[in-house]
Design a protein around this ligand. Structure first.
Ligand SMILES: *Cc1c(COP(=O)(O)O)cnc(C)c1O
Length: 399
């Protein structure tokens, strides 16, 4: 780096330059991919001034490796916080936090919805097999969170915006509850990215992301990260990553770092296009409801405006006619792929039928907000918004 104080840089500069040093041996201007799984003894992680870091040395790549380190440095520069641990996927980033920090007899309060493989892990494994108590609450209402806290509560975990229903939880208000009770607040901020939401500034102790989504942004790799308090990350690095073994592959770490260079630009476009499409859907007679945090009609619109600097690219909608109409509609779309995941360059759409066949059913049947004839979840990509609207329009004409 050419400057001492990288903190003064804007977010776009940090996405490109943080820790991107010229390679000593080859003079490559982009960090290479190091596929070796082992490092010679004595290797160390240098600081920008060349002095050894207080981080673990590279040794065996399951514990720590060069591409993981480069990715962690840049994610840390974006999210803030004291330390950062990148792993193989967002599910691991969440679950290893709970596995590392909770013991038999402890209690966790968790937002409903939360990502389904996290929900399942908490219920089936931590609660079902290891005697951790779990309470799911509607965390869009901070009072519900406060009521659920017990003397043995160790963690409040919230996902905001919540997948798949775009609900928003008040991070600052819930952080006050956690601080008053002397417990941890963890936030899955995947749908917002560090560009649109700053949970650590709002009082979170740890922030998790699935890097597989917006941060990588191209739908071609998996990754996850936890960022925040160093004393906690020290424990999670050993008990979670090293003991259980969730290392991110060097290639995936490299791809995600490359994707991050355009993250601020991409988020701007995702937000702009999603708002245009949400407004179009809201004005269309075929649509029963639209839920997008950027619309005034969203139940937490005011909170989203306060807490986020943009509303991201995820939309819920239900068409008149429900299930059958949704199926026909999806079949007739040409630019939207009918596929899971989100935050890619290409637009994606999935249908939540809200029947037993839906893996999210056990979670969503309790959120009431979208009970009924199912709903659609759209991930608005980076195509021209006009083309996406035309695509939706022609699919409407077919149903
Ligand atoms: C996708 C997702 C996850 C899980 O991430 P993976 O990388 O697929 O394991 C966790 N939280 C949220 C909010 C997600 O959207």
């Amino acid at each position: 780096m050419l400057y001492d104080n990288e903190d003064n840089f804007g977010v776009s500069t940090r996405c490109i330059h943080t820790d991107n040093k010229v390679d000593n041996e080859t003079k490559a201007v982009i960090r290479p991919i190091y596929m070796n799984n082992s490092y010679a003894y004595g290797s160390f992680v240098p600081n920008s001034d060349g002095s050894p870091d207080d981080r673990p040395y590279f040794g065996y790549a399951r514990d720590y490796h060069a591409n993981q380190y480069y990715l962690e440095r840049r994610l840390l520069a974006l999210e803030g916080g004291e330390d950062c641990l990148a792993v193989n996927c967002g599910t691991a980033a969440n679950n290893m936090v709970f596995f590392s920090l909770l013991s038999t007899g402890d209690h966790i309060v968790c937002s409903n919805p939360c990502y389904y493989s996290v929900h399942k892990f908490l219920l089936d494994h931590l609660a079902g097999r290891f005697g951790v108590q779990v309470t799911f609450v509607d965390a869009t209402n901070p009072d519900e969170v406060e009521k659920a806290v017990k003397p043995n509560t160790k963690i409040i975990h919230i996902e905001t915006p919540g997948n798949p229903v775009t609900c928003i939880c008040d991070i600052a208000a819930i952080s006050k509850i956690a601080k008053k009770a002397g417990i941890l607040l963890t936030v899955d901020s995947t749908w917002a990215t560090p560009i649109l939401q700053r949970p650590i500034d709002l009082g979170a102790d740890l922030v998790m992301h699935s890097l597989s989504k917006y941060i990588n942004g191209h739908g071609d790799s998996l990754g996850g990260v936890v960022i925040g308090r160093k004393d906690l990350i020290d424990i999670i690095r050993v008990e979670g990553n090293t003991r259980l073994g969730f290392p991110i592959s060097p290639f995936n770490a490299w791809l995600i770092l490359r994707g991050m260079a355009t993250l601020p630009l991409r988020m701007r476009q995702h937000c702009e296009s999603a708002l245009a499409i949400a407004e179009y859907l809201e004005s269309h007679p075929a649509v029963e409801f639209v839920r997008y945090p950027g619309l005034k009609s969203h139940p937490q619109h005011e909170l989203a405006k306060r807490q986020m600097s943009g509303f991201s690219g995820m939309i819920n909608a239900r068409l008149r006619g429900g299930l059958e109409t949704h199926e026909k509609f999806i079949k007739n779309l040409r630019l939207f792929f009918n596929a899971v995941s989100l935050g890619h360059n290409e637009s994606l759409i999935v249908h939540h039928p809200l029947t037993e066949a839906d893996p999210w059913y056990p979670i969503l049947k309790e959120t009431a907000i979208d009970a009924g004839n199912g709903f659609l979840r759209l991930s608005i990509g980076l195509e021209d918004p006009k083309d996406l609207i035309n695509d939706i329009e022609q699919a409407f004409n077919e149903i």
